[in-house]
Design a protein around this ligand. Structure first.
Ligand code: UD1
Length: 420
């Protein structure tokens, strides 16, 4: 088992590059299943979730080259299996993203039913309802979602009752090879949706309206494949900027797309930070000052992202004043709070709202990561705290942060990984 040991009290300073986006890379890897010819994906981050996706493609019989230098070649010309097994889906819920493309291209898909996870029950009803509306037959048996179709899926109008990133992606991919046009209403507008649409179009699909609430997908008979470069990871970038704010530092992230980060940058500005952006970079400068606490409510894009909530809660924990943090996307996503309290944070919870009264000093402690973004918040708190923090269960962090210690070292943090 590995742990991170952090000596707190350093002010982060310097420049680091952004990695490719995890949440864009996962659906793009699933989209390779739609293509008859080879695909090449670049700016693909080296992360555990990407490794799991590659293993999943391998388990289906897809030819997958080496993942080297952030690049991979994938050829889904033929498949050996139409089953996404329990062992891989259990590791990563986003494995459900192979359902739409596999069904649409190959006529059948069996995907282990994703269970609950630390941050809530996370149902997949919208994915299944949308596929059924396109003519799929879906049964749940032996813990598997078994989806079949006779003939091609049929394009139709689908209005989703909740804004779901995953359902929007799955249905966009399924519709890419359907007969006729599919119109998704109340679609998610996250930048990763736009990235997937750009990728699908580069590989031969016809998708318009991505980035708005209404996405139209005109089905094509086949997709050839081609090259695609994954967008920068806006959540990773936001995490490093939040770390700079918490440690009163100055950090520039290059290879960034600041326009995808507006809600986060607005909140970081409210903490008193100076934010500068340029072509492909963003910089936060706290000018040595203690941040001011900020209140925020998470909601689908373009509002404040749930994936940055835990990190801003950590900033609030050592800020001046009181910040009210309300989580509306997932029902159980304030798990970092009890660990932050172990470091001396003054946080009370009422339902899905945390009232964070900033303290002057956090104290290093032994804490446990419960999910990916909660882990990031504990690392931020550890760097801002006095003394030593030991973060346990860090496999969560490896799912979504590429070369975390190396990047933080580069910014002056005292952080090391130990195996016990
Ligand atoms: C994706 C992101 C995750 C982010 C989340 C919200 C990936 C790999 N993961 O997760 O990092 O936190 O978006 O921005 O991109 N829901 C339903 N029925 C469904 C599907 C979802 O009720 O069929 C609900 C969920 O329980 C949740 C809300 O919709 O309350 C949003 O979930 P969704 O956008 O689907 O999240 P994911 O795609 O799983």
């Amino acid at each position: 088992m590995e742990k991170l040991i952090i000596q707190g009290g350093t002010c982060l300073q310097g420049e680091i590059p952004a990695s490719g986006s995890k949440n864009a890379a996962l659906p793009i890897l699933a989209a390779t299943l739609l293509c008859e010819g080879p695909t090449t994906i670049t700016n693909l981050p080296h992360l555990q979730d990407v490794i799991t996706s590659i293993e999943l493609l391998g388990a289906l019989g897809v030819e997958v080259g080496e993942h080297q230098q952030h690049r991979i070649e994938v050829d889904a010309g033929r498949l050996d299996s139409l089953t996404a097994p329990y062992d891989l889906v259990r590791k990563m819920r986003a494995s459900i993203l192979v359902l739409g493309p596999m069904l649409s291209r190959w006529g059948e898909a069996n995907v282990s039913f994703p269970g609950g996870c630390a941050i809530g029950s996370r149902p997949v009803d919208l994915h299944l309802q949308g596929l059924e509306a396109m003519g799929a037959t879906i049964v749940i048996e032996d813990g598997y979602i078994r989806a079949t179709r006779s003939g091609r899926l049929i394009g139709c109008g689908i209005r989703m009752s909740t804004v779901s990133v995953g359902a929007t992606e799955n249905l966009m991919m399924a519709a890419a090879l359907a007969e006729g046009t599919t119109v998704l209403e109340n679609a998610a507008r996250e930048p990763e949706i736009l990235d997937l649409a750009n990728c699908l179009n580069a590989w031969g699909a016809r998708v318009t309206g991505a980035g708005t609430q209404t996405i139209a997908i005109e089905g094509v008979a086949s997709m050839a494949g081609g090259d695609y470069r994954v967008m920068p990871d806006r959540i990773e970038i936001g995490t490093y900027l939040a770390a700079a704010a918490a440690t009163r530092g100055r950090v520039r992230v290059t290879g960034a797309a600041p326009s995808a980060l507006e809600a986060v940058l607005a909140k970081l500005r409210e903490t008193g930070a100076r934010i500068d952006t340029g072509d492909g970079w963003v910089e936060l400068d706290m000018r040595g000052c203690r941040p001011r606490a900020v209140s925020l409510t998470t909601a689908p894009y373009p509002a404040f992202p749930t994936d940055m909530q835990a990190q801003l809660t950590a900033v609030n924990a050592i800020a001046e004043g009181i910040g009210i943090v309300t989580e509306t996307v997932f029902e159980n996503r304030l798990m970092q709070v009890q660990e932050l309290r172990r470091m001396g944070a003054d946080i009370s919870i009422d339902g899905n709202t945390a009232r964070v009264k900033g303290v002057v000093r956090l104290q290093g402690a032994q804490v446990m990561a419960s999910d990916l973004r909660a882990s990031a918040s504990l690392v931020i708190a550890g760097m801002a705290a006095e003394g030593e923090t030991c973060v346990d269960e860090i496999y969560h962090i490896d799912r979504g942060y590429e070369r975390l210690e190396e990047k933080l070292h580069h910014l002056g943090a005292k952080i090391k990984r130990i195996s016990v």
